[in-house]
Design a protein around this ligand. Sequence first.
Ligand SMILES: Cc1cc2nc3c(=O)[nH]c(=O)nc-3n(C[C@H](O)[C@H](O)[C@H](O)COP(=O)(O)O)c2cc1C
Length: 188
Amino acid sequence: MSEQLWTWLAARRNHPPRRLVAPGPDAVALERIFEAAAQAPDHGQLRPWRFIVIPAGRRGDLGEVFERALAERDPAADDEARTRARDKAFHSPCLLVAVLDDAPKGTITTAEKLVSLGCAVQNMLTAAQALGYASGLASGAAMNSAGMRELLRLERQEQAICFVAFGSSSAARPPRERPRPEEFVSIL
Ligand SMILES: Cc1cc2nc3c(=O)[nH]c(=O)nc-3n(C[C@H](O)[C@H](O)[C@H](O)COP(=O)(O)O)c2cc1C
């Protein structure tokens, strides 16, 4: 393996979207990141996933969804909590949602489709790292709220899996201790 690839893989850390600041990837870099997603393995070539960009002009709509989902979960949430929920939508200069398409297709299972989505996401994270950007994944209780599904215009068989955020790191994160191969590899 090239040392350079190893450096990118090992240097990636998850950054909460609130810690990602400008500059984020420009249109050319983002296209490259999406091309990296397209290199993912995909049993049956279903492309059982897609990514929805939340542009600056739609962050307010996302904030309303976060606030509404909070109010549904916790009707007693105070103004401060509601503002915090809304503000989450404005974190990170580049914000996408990863969507799984679980339409029944032959013998290919939901798990296989999720693996393909995960591979696409990892390719994007590595590509972003190689392009000099930091990244972060985020999920949460609002992910498949009715409001979120409506905002994203998800089809019945689709599921929002996580946010994928790109930007520049406002606080460098040291490498974390990784599981050693002997902890997760066995020989039959
Ligand atoms: C599908 C998915 C959803 C995630 N959602 C969150 C999240 O909501 N909040 C969070 O802090 N991290 C989230 N993460 C990131 C993990 O917390 C992070 O990968 C883990 O702490 C390991 O850190 P590392 O990525 O820097 O190695 C998510 C990761 C995945 C794969």
